[in-house]
Each structure stands twice: as C-alpha cells, then as structure tokens.
Design a protein around this ligand. Structure first.
Ligand SMILES: C[S@@+](CC[C@H](N)C(=O)[O-])C[C@H]1O[C@@H](n2cnc3c(N)ncnc32)[C@H](O)[C@@H]1O
Length: 203
C-alpha cells in the first residue's frame, strides 16, 4: 500500500488559539505572515534581506509546507521562520489580534473562472482576518498577474476603511519594496508579464 510521504507535514499546534509569535522568534514582537508561499522563495529572500524579520508561512499543500519547512531548518533559519501545512482561512482566526506587522499574498488565485470562485484565497472573510491579525501600522501586500483579480481585490479592500493605500495616486504599486520576490514573481518578470501590486497599511 502506498503511504503519503507528506503525512507528517508540519502543522500548527492544536487548540482553539495559537500565538504564531511563540513559534518563530519565540518572543512577543510582531511577525510577518505569508499566505501560500508555495516553493518558499520569498521567505528565504525576505529572511536574507532583513535580519530582524521572523516569518510564518501558511501553505495548504502539504508537500510544499514539508519541503520548505525542512529547508528552513537545514539552512539554520528554523528559529526565525516556519511553514505550516494549513489553510490560511481556518488558521488566521486562531491567531491573536495585532500579532503581525505584515501579511503577504503573492500570486494567489491563478484561476478566475466562476466555477473556481469557491477556491479563491482573497475573500472578504480573509481580509477581515488579515485586518484583525495586523497591528496598527501593519502592511498588507498582494501581487497578481491577473488583471481581473487585481481589480476584484482592490474592490474588496475598498470595503475595509482601515486599510489605506500606500500609493493612492498610482493605483497599483509600481514595485515590490520588500527586497524579496516570490518564485512566481521572478517568473512573471522574466516573461515580461504585467504585475499588479496592492500595498496597504492598517490605520
Ligand atoms: C499560484 S501559487 C503561488 C505561490 C507563491 N506565492 C508564488 O508567488 O510563487 C498559490 C499558492 O497558494 C497556496 N494556497 C491556495 N489556497 C490556499 C489557502 N487557502 N491557504 C494557504 N495556501 C493556499 C497554493 O497551494 C499555492 O502554493
């Protein structure tokens, strides 16, 4: 019988409430959260860019959570960053208010047909949870190469009055200011695709 090689994927501790700050950095300082890190390139580049950063990734695919979390440990970063095999939609509500200083969502929702709508990651409910876990001054950064999705995200974010655009005059942000790129972002740049970047700060 075939066994699932990722049956032991890293999971968040059990319980109704989980403090992610205790899992990375071990302290009380706000951390950075990436939703759907996939192959994990952004986490590694972000840790290298800023030695102060502690990160937690929520990746629904057990395979990628297992591989990236293991690589983090092998590279000696396991105390600063972890990736857990979790659905961000059920994980974020378990986190305390104002535990994060940034939330990143890079290239979610690559499909945009109506039949895929129930799989969408960036929804009104998710944004409510993002606002809850972000402390005042915390940043939300979303990128996509699908223009319809970018417009839909902007419309959803407009319903959250505490999220203020960091570049209101430009609409979308021209660049990624975090000195780190996701794997899909690198590919989009190499392929010359347009990237729509939404960068907001919680008031
Ligand atoms: C298109 S990939 C982009 C991967 C990476 N962010 C990048 O930019 O290269 C979307 C990622 O989000 C993950 N994902 C989808 N729904 C999710 C959810 N509800 N919670 C956590 N991760 C999710 C997928 O498994 C996949 O790794």
């Amino acid at each position: 019988m075939k066994t699932n090689p990722y049956a032991d994927a890293p999971r968040l501790p059990e319980g109704e409430r989980v403090d992610p700050r205790a899992l990375v950095g071990g302290g009380t300082r706000p951390i950075e959260i990436e939703i759907g890190p996939g192959r994990g390139g952004f986490v590694f580049e972000r840790l290298a860019a800023d030695p102060e950063v502690c990160m937690l990734g929520l990746e629904i695919r057990r395979k990628w959570a297992t591989i990236v979390d293991q690589k983090l440990r092998e590279r000696g970063c396991g105390d600063r960053a972890r990736v857990f095999a979790e659905d961000a939609k059920s994980a974020l509500p378990r986190f305390p208010e104002a535990c994060a200083r940034a939330v990143f969502v890079h290239f979610p929702d690559p499909w945009w047909k109506k039949k895929h709508h129930k799989r969408l990651v960036v929804t009104a409910e998710l944004l409510t949870q993002v606002c809850r876990v972000l402390g005042s001054g915390g940043e939300l950064f979303i990128q996509t190469d699908v223009s319809e999705r970018a417009t839909a995200y902007a419309a959803l974010i407009a319903l959250e009055p505490r999220l203020r655009a960091l570049n209101p005059e430009l609409g979308f942000a021209a660049e990624n200011p975090f000195s780190a790129r996701s794997p899909r972002e690198h590919r989009a740049i190499a392929d010359g695709l347009p990237i729509y970047r939404l960068h907001f700060r919680l008031q």
